[in-house]
Design a protein around this ligand. Structure first.
Ligand code: F6P
Length: 348
């Protein structure tokens, strides 16, 4: 039987997605099956938007950022007949099995489809690295390298001007990118949602640096941090606006500006802000992400060959394993206090 495997990428894009797509297509086809591209995440299955996805199409894409299948934050569970429409379109296109590449939102829909009888396998993706069930998501290493390179650059201009540079990084509700890039970039303070923010301690660290002739500092803050100086009863992290996506996520952003105002007014030190935003999601993947993505893709194809559905590939230590999709949709994986304690040795 020539089984056909449909592949989709959902949620925020990240470098490494094309390496995964290439690996799934190459392995699935080496097993004698066919492959079809589903465009723009779950939207492609709701709107029946498929594209040719063969060896020629995936040739030469291992190094390219973004996703040749494009993506969206479409949530079929928000549509009255979303699941039935997906199942109808899977049948229409003779797709026997699905590979869903995405974060917790995408894995949640994939698990629901599996519960509904669809043969699906998940691959964990997010620069936030906050997916339960896997030690690492591809995309994270590239984002950390981009943020680290930015922090390295900011050191020279901060020192030239005796300034405090506040660097806001992504990560949604966790601080993995902040703690990793802050450590790698030699930040003087790192603020993450998992740790209480003490503005007095922050300002004391900055003043202490001044006292020993270090008239510049780098402060890395994760976008999901809620400042204690936030107005009483504020709704949580600083949001760009009131818009939420179809999975209920607000658009975070702005805590860097708020923090810079507090630092400058409390210390008198000239302060500037850099918000890295989607730079952390752009460009070519690192070798680490290409390799991890490739390993994930091949393992996912092998799960399909063994008809082991309802699972997500995962990295445990250095091994690729498979965990139930439901595991990926639990609480976000938060920064280990031990890692933050190590980072804090270098504050100030
Ligand atoms: O989940 C990845 C991520 O980059 C988060 O770090 C960030 O908060 C969000 O996506 C941004 O979403 P969008 O690209 O839809 O603005």
């Amino acid at each position: 039987m020539c089984l056909t495997v449909g592949i989709l990428t959902g949620g925020g894009d990240c470098p490494g997605l094309n390496a995964v797509i290439r690996a799934v297509v190459r392995r699935v086809r080496s097993l004698g099956y066919a492959t079809t591209g589903i465009m723009e995440g779950w939207r492609g299955l709701l709107e029946n938007k498929m594209e040719r996805l063969d060896l020629e199409r995936v040739s030469g894409i291992v190094y390219r950022g973004g996703t040749i299948l494009r993506t969206s934050r479409t949530n079929p569970l928000k549509r009255p007949d979303g699941l039935s429409t997906i199942k109808t379109n899977l049948q229409k296109n003779a797709i026997d099995a699905l590979v869903a590449i995405g974060g917790d939102d995408t894995m949640g829909v994939a698990d629901r489809l599996f519960q509904d009888g669809v043969a699906v396998v998940g691959i964990p993706k997010t620069i936030d690295n906050d997916l339960s069930g896997t030690d690492y998501c591809f995309g994270f290493d590239t984002a950390v390298n981009i943020a680290t390179e930015a922090i390295d650059r900011l050191h020279t201009t901060a020192e030239a001007h005796n300034r405090v540079m506040v660097v806001e990084v992504m990560g949604r509700d966790t601080g993995w990118i902040a703690v990793a890039s802050g450590m790698a970039g030699g930040a003087d303070m790192i603020l993450i949602p998992e740790q209480p923010v003490d503005l007095d301690q922050l300002c004391a660290v900055l003043r202490k640096r001044h006292g020993r002739g270090k008239y510049f500092s780098i402060v890395v803050v994760a976008e999901g941090v809620q400042l204690p100086s936030a107005p009483e009863g504020s709704p949580g992290p600083v949001q760009q606006d009131a818009v939420v996506d179809e999975f209920g996520h607000a658009r975070l952003g702005g805590v860097g500006q708020a923090l810079a105002r507090v630092v400058e007014s409390r210390t008198g030190f000239e302060t500037r802000v850099v918000t890295l935003g989607h730079l952390q999601r752009g460009g070519n993947p690192t070798a680490f992400d290409r390799i991890l993505g490739t390993r994930f893709g091949v393992h996912a194809a092998n799960l399909i060959d063994r008809q082991e559905f309802g699972k997500m590939v995962a990295l445990r230590g250095t091994q690729i394993v498979a965990v139930p999709l439901a595991e990926a949709t639990r609480e976000p994986r938060r920064v280990d206090p031990e890692l933050y304690a190590t980072a804090s040795v270098f504050f100030g």
